[in-house]
Design a protein. Structure first.
Length: 583
């Protein structure tokens, strides 16, 4: 699952469009979406557009899976990932207004099946519902990988305590409640247990009766797994490398933070309900006064379950979501009655969602949103033909976030890769500077790093990690024993759980962050061929808390394909991360 605090639709109202122009812009949207899906190899995409408090377009593209090639329709079900959180938060707030929960009391006063273990951090400050919903309760566990459908789900208490077969650590308080903002799906799992304990109902039934039903979200359900009739309506999920999720999708006992199955149309109804309730109307799930709290920042850009931002007419709310094989995004204005929901059956780390949002803002004539800043480069300056190949390679843009640059097919710039697929074009501005042709972003090359300038005057260094692995040829491995230990460590990561915990060649951070198992990129890893290594000592690169001293490069040959493996090692030789790439 994922969450970003700033993906908010700063839009208020829309200018009426003649019928002919409406058809034209739908056609242009159709062409734009098809081009983006082809570039990013997205199987299925569905969206809904809100204007003036109404759904004005619900449209879908592509297929639900590679096997059946069944078309995606507006009724196709997708996993909402972390958009489950703002929806489930409404259920908890409904209980607050019914007097069954308190926003500011110790949650252990309501939990009966399980309690938040006390420690030095909770001696003076307590975990409260307000803090759980605003990611400020000091709770651990960012997100959840879910469970293979063939394995089934552990009981919720085992997830809370991190006991097998749960595949995530125990959910605990490890910093003073209220002190900081830190995203925690674990906190919403505690909220789920609270709701179960005070209502005596299964969480899906409570949410159906209290939130989904009254709003009219007839396609939506928190049931895990979905019953057969609903499962037949689902899209199948695909990982970032575009391999399918085994069994089509994962199961999530962590229903409140990650378990909602829905459609863009139903999420649009949800957004409209928030807008209407805030304005004093709505279906009474929560009161207008509570809706104002829901959309008021508590800490770090979070309201009570929803991301919030902007001022005046540009005030907006939103959330994005990721489950294994599914991404989604919801953005809406607070008072203008506008919004957008997009769902895809893939994990995609590119700028595609942002491009689609910008396209709709322009072509649907949304007003009162900030004008889009100009692109850094519109035309390419002449440069030496060899320069793009010289600059191509992998750069560390941020911790655990690698920027891949390859020469563009036009020969006058560079192309960024996301998940091994084309994403953004960078045109030459001069011999060392390249700029995006769609946003104010540029890179400037130095000796061992690039300077990233996402917007003046902000800039940061991105150390060079390695050349493109595909540009290297296999040579004799200078340390086969080391490669064997690395192979064993990565095989443990693929298995997860106790296999990771018992592996001596992984850093503590890697064990914690990569211990979920079921990693598709490592499945059927096959034979490793040595390509070389890069000395990164002193570069300042950290992965999962471990300082990277060197990166080893291998070619992976499987029955299906040829790929490349970058293994990040600490000075002691422990694996602190890995990347599987296509170039």
């Amino acid at each position: 699952m994922r969450f970003t605090r700033a993906l908010l639709l700063a839009a208020c109202c829309a200018i009426p469009i003649p019928l002919g122009a409406q058809a034209s812009r739908v056609d242009s949207l159709d062409a734009f979406v098809r081009a983006q899906m082809a570039q990013r190899q997205i199987r299925g995409l569905s969206l809904a557009i809100i204007q003036n408090g109404k759904i004005v377009l619900a449209k879908a593209w592509g297929v639900t899976d590679d096997g059946s090639h069944a078309p995606v329709t507006p009724a196709t079900l997708f996993q909402a990932g972390s958009i489950s959180k703002p929806v489930s938060a409404l259920g908890a707030l409904h209980l607050v207004e019914a007097g069954k929960l308190s926003l500011d009391a110790d949650v252990n006063g309501y939990l009966t099946t399980w309690k938040v273990p006390g420690n030095s951090f909770t001696a003076t400050e307590k975990v409260t519902l307000r803090r759980l919903l605003s990611h400020s309760a000091g709770m651990t566990v960012h997100g959840f990988p879910g469970y293979d459908v063939s394995v089934g789900m552990p009981p919720l208490v085992q997830v809370l305590d991190g006991t097998p077969p749960a595949n995530t650590p125990a959910i605990r308080v490890d910093t003073t409640p209220g002190a900081i903002w830190r995203y925690s799906g674990g906190g919403f799992t505690v909220m789920q247990q609270m709701v179960i304990d005070v209502t005596g109902q299964p969480f899906p039934r409570f949410m159906q009766e209290t939130v989904l039903g009254p709003i009219g979200m007839t396609a939506s359900s928190f049931e895990q797994p979905q019953p057969p009739a609903r499962a037949a309506l689902t899209a199948a999920g695909y990982y970032a490398d575009r391999t399918p999720v085994r069994g089509r999708w994962h199961l999530y006992p962590e229903m409140a933070p990650a378990g909602l199955w829905t459609t863009p149309t139903d999420l649009a109804k949800f957004a409209i309900e928030i807008q209407e309730t805030y304005a004093g109307r709505g279906h009474g799930v929560i009161s207008p006064a509570m809706a104002k709290q829901y959309l008021t920042e508590q800490k770090g850009g979070s309201g009570l379950g929803m991301g919030v931002g902007g001022v005046g007419a540009a005030r907006g709310f939103g959330h994005n979501g990721r489950d294994e094989g599914f991404d989604a995004n919801l953005v809406a204005s607070v008072e203008g009655g506008d919004g957008l929901v997009v769902m895809i059956d893939a994990n995609d780390n590119s700028l595609m969602m942002g491009r689609l949002q910008s396209f709709i803002l322009r072509t649907w004539n949304f007003t009162n949103h900030p004008p889009e800043p100009p692109a850094s480069a519109v035309t390419a300056a002449p440069i030496a033909p060899a320069l793009p190949a010289r600059y191509a390679g992998y750069y560390e843009a941020a911790e655990n976030n690698m920027l891949a640059l390859v020469p563009s097919s036009a020969g006058n710039g560079l192309q960024t890769l996301a998940d091994g697929l084309p994403d953004e074009t960078l045109l030459a501005i001069d011999s060392i500077t390249f700029g995006s042709n769609e946003r104010p972003f540029r890179v400037r090359f130095g000796r061992d790093a690039v300077t990233l300038r996402p917007g003046e005057p902000r800039e940061r260094k991105a150390p060079r990690v390695a050349p493109l692995a595909g540009s290297l040829k296999p040579v004799s491995d200078p340390d086969p024993a080391r490669s064997s230990r690395i192979t064993a460590a990565l095989e443990a990561v693929a298995k997860g759980g106790t296999a990771v915990a018992e592996t001596p060649d992984l850093t503590p951070g890697a064990k914690q962050d990569l211990g979920g198992g079921d990693n598709s990129a490592l499945a059927g890893m096959g034979t490793l061929s040595w390509l070389g290594q890069e000395d990164l000592s002193g570069s300042g690169i950290h992965r999962h808390g471990g300082e990277v001293a060197r990166v080893l490069l291998y070619r992976i040959q499987t029955k299906a394909s040829q790929r490349y493996l970058l293994v990040h090692l600490t000075d002691s030789g422990a694996v602190t991360d890995y990347d599987v790439v296509d170039r």
